[in-house]
Design a protein around this ligand. Structure first.
Ligand SMILES: Nc1ncnc2c1ncn2[C@@H]1O[C@H](COP(=O)(O)OP(=O)(O)OP(=O)(O)O)[C@@H](O)[C@H]1O
Length: 230
């Protein structure tokens, strides 16, 4: 379980509070207006931002003081975190060893995850020569390879068209099932939330609310969310 216990964090004039828990293996959307604190919530879990108050616990262990690279998670942003000077296989291999000194078994594993995301035969290509969807697949292959128990997604497919985005979310769903990951996904699109996440954390007026069933939330949105959805 991922727990936000009595969390408060300030960024300039803005304060976000959170007191909630996310069950193991859950897929949870994070929605709220622009500037409501969605990325801030993920940054707390990732360890990019320390809380001013409260604790974040994973399986009962306080994550305070654990550096981002040692946290039990993978993060995917919109830019897909790909390195332009490295080829596809290297970009994926980084997920196992930042120095890329992979042993034969690890190299084989890179090949397997590239096959799993439909990129077999593209190992030597650079990210710039790939389509947006293919770049997304490279990033997801790395997530699959790392198989960390928490996956944080900050609108990673926002730049893709609707069909491709749906395909990518489907792939994320498969990877999450395969790895058993608990997923937090920031999105501006309620359709993505409905499609991907049975539960949703709504952030409104500086408060991240405990997860609620997504469909019920979208069917009868509270005033703040209704204004945002338009
Ligand atoms: N480095 C910073 N310094 C000061 N204030 C910040 C900083 N980063 C974010 N903020 C403020 O914190 C609040 C929450 O920002 P955050 O990026 O978490 O919102 P968001 O919901 O992810 O927004 P968006 O949907 O536009 O990406 C905003 O009011 C923002 O202005």
């Amino acid at each position: 379980m991922l727990e936000f216990r009595d969390i408060a964090v300030r960024r300039g004039d803005f304060t976000l509070t959170a007191d909630l828990a996310v069950p193991d293996g859950a897929r949870v959307a994070v929605i709220g207006a622009s500037g409501s604190g969605k990325s801030t919530l993920l940054a707390l879990v990732a360890g990019f931002l320390p809380p001013d108050r409260g604790r974040i616990l994973w399986q009962g262990r306080d994550l305070a003081g654990v550096p981002p690279g040692e946290r039990p998670l993978s993060v995917l942003f919109q830019d897909q975190n790909l390195f332009p000077h490295l080829d596809v296989a290297q970009n994926v291999g980084l997920g196992l060893r930042p120095d890329l000194r992979l042993d034969p078994a690890q190299r084989q594993r890179v090949g397997e995850v590239l096959t799993a995301v439909g990129l077999s035969g593209h190992e030597r290509r650079r990210p710039a020569s790939l389509s947006g969807g293919q770049q997304g697949r490279v990033a997801l292959a790395r997530v699959l390879l790392r198989a960390r128990p928490i996956l944080l997604l900050d609108e990673p497919f926002a730049a893709l068209g609707p069909a491709l985005k749906a395909e990518m979310l489907e792939l994320v769903g498969r990877i999450a099932t395969q790895t058993g990951a608990t997923v937090l996904m920031v999105t501006h699109d309620p359709r993505d939330a409905a499609r991907f996440a049975p539960q949703t954390i709504l952030i409104d007026a500086g408060v991240a609310h405990p997860p609620r069933p997504t469909r019920a939330l979208l069917a009868d949105p509270p005033p703040g969310l209704r204004d945002y959805l338009g």
